[in-house]
Design a protein around this ligand. Structure first.
Ligand code: HEC
Length: 109
């Protein structure tokens, strides 16, 4: 992984690939919330910043419609808040994990 990153950096210095590509990868590895979102497969159905599935609503602007608390409630009991489609419940996550994801999504807007 370290080698791959050095190689990417080198290519970017040479102007072969844009530095932004590397920055995006770094954010996903360093941000525990984004890491969780990837690991839990949210992007299999949802898009965030133009990346992910189209089965479910795009989550990039979710913070302008729901509060972090409402997002958290939706993660625990999706079927109770909405009925437009199936979303699995993430009620088995720890309180910290739920808070991490909700705050992250809320602050995207
Ligand atoms: C199997 C597909 C699927 C997966 C996986 C999934 N969702 Fe969803 N999600 C949906 C669907 C479909 C809806 C719309 C439900 C509705 O409105 O009835 C939704 C709705 C939402 C909403 C509310 C959106 C709105 O516009 O009100 C949030 C927030 C959300 N999901 C977050 C997540 C997060 C975070 C994860 C990962 C932990 C996740 N979802 C995983 C399918 C999925």
């Amino acid at each position: 992984m370290k080698f791959l990153k050095s190689a990417l950096l080198l290519l970017s210095f040479c102007g072969i690939i844009p530095a932004a590509t590397i920055a995006a990868e770094d954010i996903s590895q360093n941000d525990p919330a984004l890491h969780l979102i990837h690991a839990l497969g949210c992007k299999g159905c949802h898009s965030i910043h133009g990346e992910g599935g189209s089965l479910a609503p795009d989550l990039t602007q979710i913070g302008s419609r729901l509060t972090a608390g409402q997002i958290q409630i939706h993660l625990i009991a999706p079927a109770e808040t909405r009925t437009r489609g199936f979303m699995p419940s993430y009620s088995s996550l720890s309180k910290d994990e739920l808070q991490l994801i909700s705050n992250y999504l809320y602050n995207l807007r």
